[in-house]
Design a binder for this molecule. Structure first.
Ligand SMILES: NC(=O)c1ccc[n+]([C@@H]2O[C@H](COP(=O)([O-])OP(=O)(O)OC[C@H]3O[C@@H](n4cnc5c(N)ncnc54)[C@H](OP(=O)(O)O)[C@@H]3O)[C@@H](O)[C@H]2O)c1
Length: 429
């Protein structure tokens, strides 16, 4: 059979690793998929940079869109990143020319996934994006194929290795968020501009894709409630342990009677449950299906090897002639889900108030919560500092978000707290 000629745009962490695999392991992979793979053409910004693989016989393009349009490639791998052009224009150009696409670009798909999936399906082409969610964990394949017969009720997990590394290190060392973030940047675990990771947006991009595949919907990024980990302190992590939890940044998508609820925020996860034990840069995803029950997937969520592993799985599928709808169901049939707003969510919470240590303060806190019908499961006030600031922490019973927001505003209005209350939702799986 004719070789599958691969064109790669983007030769950074992921692209260079994918190119190296095609060049160096082409034969072994060809034996596995029954078709020879050939690295035909590449594009990046700097032609002089050493990419760590032999470029002899590989055509160079300064412009990724021109590469995507080239008549010499049979597969286009978009590994540049970014929600707009040139990534979007290049993917569109490849599909228009009738070339299947593999991408690791969650931002592109979260924003333009349905439009691109329609373009792919109108020409009967694959648009594969395994590497866009949870790096090396084959979760898109698991949801789209292995669990394809299930009605998935909930999919959730730890989807950002940078945040998980920061929270794990804060816990182990007792150091502050700022301190650990600076170290993560020095070690290359966090970007120079970490806003997308720590603010939860990277997790939201991935969650929108997971939920789309799990529930056969269009991705609905703007329907995700997003909070990051910036306000978590070592004190919260310590109290979480005392109450029997660890704090993790989670992405959660749930099918409810009223629509789909999608949330990204730090959460307290019970010790001893699978997500609580996921440390460092690892990711994990849990899917709950009507037939299979709960299934758990864990692995490396980023980095050259794991991400290239996922990209290559998509390449091999195309070499084998496998084509599935990008989001599992035909793109023409998927629709934006009805979104359940966070205000309608109910759950238990951890609350930390920094109050002035004087008699009657606890009674004021309790009254503000009771006025909104929120009851307290347990409460701790460890230190004493008469007239000074002390933390008071509590775990509530299940309460509605809207009631919780009113109670916290009421607490602030009394003037007894010295900073905004900290609230972390509790997820009991
Ligand atoms: N890194 C990971 O662990 C990981 C994990 C999962 C998914 N992803 C996704 O994979 C994609 C690539 O990530 P990465 O970490 O490999 O990024 P990266 O290291 O920053 O590499 C980006 C590459 O794209 C090239 N590029 C950027 N703009 C270009 C343009 N206008 N024209 C041509 N080439 C251009 C760059 O060229 P130069 O090298 O010449 O500057 C570079 O080679 C992103 O969508 C990312 O979200 C990454």
């Amino acid at each position: 059979m004719k070789a599958l000629r691969v064109g790669i745009a983007g030769l950074g962490t992921v692209g260079a690793s994918v190119a190296r695999i095609v060049v160096e392991q082409g034969e072994a992979l060809s034996a596995r998929c029954g078709r020879r793979l050939e690295l035909k053409a590449v594009s990046a910004r700097d032609k002089r940079k050493d990419r760590g693989f032999g470029m002899a016989g590989v055509e160079w393009f300064d412009d990724p869109v021109t590469l995507a349009r080239s008549a010499d490639i049979d597969l286009f791998a978009e590994l540049m990143g970014g929600e707009g052009d040139p990534a979007k224009a290049a993917v569109e150009a490849a599909l228009q020319r009738g070339v299947p696409v593999v991408t690791a670009n969650k931002a592109l798909l979260a924003h333009h996934g349905v439009e691109l999936a329609n373009a792919a399906e109108s020409k009967d082409l694959a648009l594969n994006f395994e590497a866009a969610v949870a790096g090396g964990i084959p979760i898109i394949k698991a949801l789209r194929e292995g669990l394809g017969a299930n009605r998935i009720s909930r999919v959730y997990g730890i989807l950002n290795g940078t945040c998980n590394y920061i929270l794990t290190t804060m816990e182990a060392s007792g150091r502050s968020f700022e301190d650990v973030l600076a170290e993560a940047q020095r070690l290359g675990y966090a970007e120079a501009d970490p806003t997308f990771d720590i603010g939860g947006m990277d997790t939201a991009h991935k969650l929108s894709l997971l939920a789309a595949v799990a529930f056969s919907n269009a991705p609905a990024l703007d329907g995700i409630h997003v909070e990051g980990i910036e306000r978590i302190t070592p004190l919260d992590i310590k109290f979480a342990h005392e109450f029997g939890f660890r704090i993790k940044l989670l992405g959660l998508a749930t099918r409810t009677a009223n629509g789909v609820e999608q949330r990204v925020h730090p959460a307290m996860v019970p010790l001893g449950t699978p997500l609580a034990d996921v440390d460092g840069v690892f990711n994990a995803v849990v899917a709950e299906g009507d037939l299979v029950g709960k299934s758990v997937y864990e692995g490396r969520g980023a980095g050259a090897g794991p991400t290239a592993s996922a990209v290559m799985a998509d390449v091999l599928d195309i070499a084998r002639g496998v084509r599935l709808s990008a989001f599992g169901s035909p793109a023409s049939r998927i629709q934006r889900p009805k979104i359940v707003p966070i205000s309608e969510h109910s759950g238990a919470c951890y609350l930390r108030f920094t109050v002035i240590d004087r008699p009657g303060v606890i009674a004021v806190l309790s009254r503000c919560l009771a006025d909104q019908a929120i009851s307290i499961e347990s409460m701790l006030q460890r230190s004493r500092s008469p007239g000074g600031a002390v933390p008071v922490v509590m775990i509530t019973h299940e309460a509605e978000e809207s009631a919780m927001a009113k109670a916290l505003s009421a607490v602030v209005a009394t003037g007894i707290v010295m900073e905004q209350p900290c609230m972390v939702r509790i997820e009991r799986f």
